[in-house]
Design a protein around this ligand. Structure first.
Ligand code: PGA
Length: 251
């Protein structure tokens, strides 16, 4: 399966930061992109400009969240069709920062994922356990349940991506050991195959949480890890491109 390397800029980045996208774009070749898909998700204010900056067409631009409705009285929110019109090809939904800070439930995440699909984009559906859950040995059960409840209706009819992001690993420099990552990704693969049949075998399952140039190769080598969702290390072209190179080593 082709890896997907996805950058999540979160609430970082201004016009000057587009230089980082330009720098990544300039390093991409057809040979690289035949083996690895690349997307950067800047703040929504930069979507148009980021698409214009990624002029080669080799990398995709994505959004970080969407509303479940297509239009209406939702001050400050952005509908998936608006994001698609602005150039987003992927939309991250259910990031733990949205779940924690904005009270997003699994059902809300599932509705957003459906909205992203209807708008012609690919939802990157984030799931992951807290440190407490991990320490109690419940991570696989909790994340499996969360994943099932966060899948859109009729998930078999569209492309989706799952991102496993242990909450305690995000932005902390902490990473689960390879065995734990492997067990979680295997469990998610089994769940997807069970739910979606053959299609579940082809859903990409990304790992996210303190992925950096120095640990990317070993994480991406784990079976059923089909790419990464990268926060901090996606902000600079050099570190983001180093992770893309690590993904190519796997191909
Ligand atoms: P991080 O963030 O790479 O900075 O840990 C990952 C994410 O939140 O998607």
């Amino acid at each position: 399966m082709k890896n997907l390397i996805a950058g999540n800029w979160k609430m970082n980045g201004d016009i000057a930061a587009l230089a980082e996208i330009m720098s990544v774009d300039e390093r991409l070749t057809d040979a690289i992109c035949s083996r690895c898909d690349i997307v950067v998700c800047p703040p929504a204010t930069l979507l148009w400009a980021a698409c214009a900056t990624a002029a080669s067409g080799r990398m995709a631009i994505g959004a970080q969240d969407c509303h479940a409705q297509t239009a209406g009285a939702f001050t400050g929110d952005l509908a998936a069709p608006m994001l698609a019109e602005a150039g987003a090809e992927y939309i991250i939904v259910g990031h733990s920062e949205r779940r924690d800070q904005h009270g997003e439930t699994d059902a809300a995440v599932a509705a957003k994922a459906r909205a992203a699909i209807e708008a012609g984009t690919v939802p990157i559906i984030c799931v992951g356990e807290s440190r407490d859950v991990r320490e109690h040995g419940d991570a696989i059960a909790v994340v499996s349940e969360q994943t099932l409840a966060s899948l859109p209706d009729n998930p078999e009819d569209a492309a989706i991506v799952i991102a496993y992001e242990p909450i305690w690993a995000i932005g902390t420099g902490l990473v689960p050991d390879n065995r734990d990552i492997s067990q979680m990704h295997d469990a998610l693969r089994a769940l997807l195959v069970d739910k979606l049949g053959d299609k579940g075998a082809n859903v990409r399952i990304l790992y996210g949480g303190s992925m950096k140039p120095d640990n990317a190769a070993e994480i991406l080598a784990i079976e059923n890890v089909n790419g990464g969702l990268i926060g901090g290390a996606s902000l600079k072209a050099d570190s983001f491109f180093a992770i893309i190179e690590a993904a190519l080593e796997q191909g």
